[in-house]
Design a protein around this ligand. Structure first.
Ligand code: GLV
Ligand code: MG
Length: 315
């Protein structure tokens, strides 16, 4: 089973900007990815690799997940991106993010390149993970196979901006709704990626919200993804980190209710030998236990702990 790291907020930083990378290291994001792809201008791309290596190896990143987004593997930059980043920072990097993944072969290419470099550089085999961005129709129709293309794959990531562009959706921004469409026009890809990721036992992350001053809109969209079971979402600006962490962390009340359900269910099954019991106004059974367990695990991963009365109330 691939690593299930804390990834509520995934901060995007241009790999060509040393100052922003330094600030990102001190941020409250769970993950930071240094971008060699679309946030770095083509003329800056070759020089950005060394800047990314420098940032990864000099700043104190705490326990953040440290990731580099390489360029699309069908283009001219990806091979050297992998080579230079792993040669320079392979010991500290956690994952490579691959944009615009279209089929399992794209992942296999990166997987094998990493394996070769691990052997050559005497790095721990298989330690560096892969994050696969799905942002076009080819990627979406192959997302199940992409999720299982390598044991390195830790997450699928939805890329709404490129997805909109590649689907020719009539919109000029990635924020809010398209007024002529009554529902959430991203529901289908979001749900499909969530199913593919869960079936493969990996995480699933929502992409960016580009209206960085609209924190209300950001929180709404983040909560939508959280409601579908997503593990986290990108932040393009430090201001988006806090609402992001909040959207993907259970509240203290939810966490305590989960503890109550787990305790009451354990008591019912192990002491009373009953599979379904009432807890307050609701009947709980094995499925309730599984739902509560999710809240419990997420809450604990985010540092929550039950206040004593929650446990006592369940007895
Ligand atoms: C992110 O890369 C996106 O295209 O939304
Ligand atoms: Mg993109």
């Amino acid at each position: 089973m691939p690593q299930q790291r804390l990834r509520r907020s995934v901060l995007s930083v241009p790999g060509s900007n040393p100052r922003m990378m330094e600030k990102a290291a001190a941020s409250a994001a769970d993950e930071v990815f240094l971008d060699l792809e679309d946030a770095t201008a083509p003329l800056e791309k070759p020089g950005a690799r060394a800047k990314v290596v420098e940032a990864l190896t000099t700043h104190d990143w705490g326990d953040k997940v440290k990731v580099v987004r390489i360029n699309q593997v069908t283009g001219r930059y990806a091979f050297r991106d992998i080579l230079e980043v792993i040669e320079g920072a392979g010991r500290v990097l956690d994952c490579i993010m691959i944009p615009k993944v279209q089929n399992p072969g794209d992942v296999a290419f990166v997987d094998r390149a990493l394996t070769q470099l691990e052997l050559e550089l005497d790095l721990e085999p298989g330690r560096i993970g892969v994050e696969a961005q799905i942002e076009d129709p080819q990627g979406l129709v192959h997302c199940e196979a992409i999720a299982t293309a390598s044991p390195r794959v830790e997450t699928l990531i939805f890329g709404p901006a490129d997805f909109k562009a590649s689907m020719q959706m009539p919109s000029l921004s990635v924020s809010g709704d398209i007024p002529t469409y009554p529902g959430d026009y991203f529901h289908y890809p979001l749900m499909r990626l969530a199913v593919a990721a869960r079936a493969a036992g990996i995480q699933v992350i929502d992409g960016p919200y580009l209206a960085i001053r609209d924190l209300e809109g950001f929180a709404t969209v983040a909560r939508r993804a959280a409601a579908l079971g997503y593990d986290g979402k990108w932040a393009l600006h430090p201001g988006q980190i806090e609402p992001c962490n909040e959207a993907f962390t259970p509240t203290q009340e939810q966490f305590e209710r989960a503890v109550q359900i787990l305790d009451a269910y354990q008591h019912a099954t192990e002491i009373e030998r009953r599979g379904a019991v009432m807890l307050g106004d609701e009947m709980i059974d094995e499925a309730s236990r599984k739902m509560a367990e999710q809240f419990f695990l997420r809450g604990r991963k985010a540092g929550l702990s039950p206040r004593e009365p929650a446990r006592a109330a369940a007895q």
